[in-house]
Design a protein around this ligand. Sequence first.
Ligand SMILES: Nc1ncnc2c1ncn2[C@@H]1O[C@H](COP(=O)(O)OP(=O)(O)OP(=O)(O)O)[C@@H](O)[C@H]1O
Ligand SMILES: [Mg+2]
Length: 454
Amino acid sequence: MKKLMSILIVDDELGVRESFRLLFKDAFEIHQAASGREALQAFASRSIDIVLLDIRLPDTHGVALLRQIKEVDPEVDIVMVTAVDDQQTAIDAMKSGAHDFIQKPFAIETVRALVHRVAEKRGLSSEVRYLRQELTRCRPFEKMVGQSQAMREVFDLIAAIADSDSTVLIQGESGTGKELVAKAIHNQSPRRDNPFVVVNCGALPCTLMESELFGHRKGAFTGAIADSAGKLEVANSGTLFLDDIDSLSVEMQAKLLRTIQEKEFERLGTHRVVKADIRFIAATNKVLSEMIEENRFRQDLFYRLNVLPVHLPPLRKRKADIPLLLEHFLARPAGKRGTHGKRLSQAAMEALMAYDWPGNVRELQNRCERWCTVVRGDLIRLRDLPLHDFKSTPRGNGSLREAVQAFERGFITEVLESVNGSRTKAAERLQVHRNTLLAKMRGLGIGFPLERTK
Ligand SMILES: Nc1ncnc2c1ncn2[C@@H]1O[C@H](COP(=O)(O)OP(=O)(O)OP(=O)(O)O)[C@@H](O)[C@H]1O
Ligand SMILES: [Mg+2]
């Protein structure tokens, strides 16, 4: 069972302590102190999340005590309870690190809403802390994150094959991280201090591709105005990454095959044979076996390349990676040094988990960058996501009942978010009785955070 958060109530009046206790006893673990000394004692012996701290205490001033408590635990959230006519003290308290303050006499609902808001924030930040720890644990190779079973297997495979010189073929849909895997293999390999060279096989027409790979001597063809080294030569003693290998013309496939087999090549227009000490890694987002059947890809080249196959599953098949990737890309937005990361509301996270991510990790990364730029504040909510993309569409293979429930869950969560979690307002919008809404939420398992007031 999840551990309850704890509240320490510091007030010398028994009546005040008791009314706070009654208010929070169901949702929190309660501790009490009647003086500054007792408060510090409580701190020394227990883990406290939130403190409700009266400003007037018999043995000390509330703001002084606040500073002492903050020294013991800078992360604790302290809500000061001040007198209505003592604005200056409230200001001092905020400057000394109080989270918020309430003024006596206070309305019970205000106190309840405030404390629940603090608790919700703490819940999220401890979740973020947990995810950060997970990130360092689940990132065996710099920049690559993943905790799904599938990605753990990929990480193990990378570690296992890095030392070898055998050719690797990485297959996976666009945006699944093929280039990242190729770099990780190189960086783990004994060749790591030598070049990692990328050739994009789809980028150039055949004649230029040949010169790009093999290099040429001045005058070897029209336009060859100077001697030029090809990518093979540059990659010698390192790794050559042949990206989008499926786009290579059939003619170039034959030439590449010869180089890989014979482990040598020559510049165009020369007869000087260069020994190739190159580790080849190829990648494709096509299904090569289909292209072989259609005679668009050479089977012999496929076998040469596919000595060590690596398959990168699409993101929708390893959803356990989604929260970690979101944290990774939201915590430090690319190109925005100095900016604080953003968090996702629970409803937004649920929608992103339900989404299929056709563009895989690249799509997720791009969307995160966008949210970091356009969303104000540090919380990304369901309403910040483009609804036509993320509204969960019930799949066709479930029962009608499941489909209706999925719709209801999505719809109710969305409305709750639009009214800051207020059940009363949500019920009004939905035109149902508040109790009906509460029953529905229980039935559908919607654990929306408690009401927040502005
Ligand atoms: N596991 C991961 N952890 C962190 N970032 C990742 C991960 N996988 C992919 N990325 C990031 O997603 C983006 C796309 O990855 P990459 O370029 O390697 O995909 P690809 O499979 O080569 O796609 P394409 O077939 O379109 O070339 C890159 O910015 C990459 O850094
Ligand atoms: Mg790529």
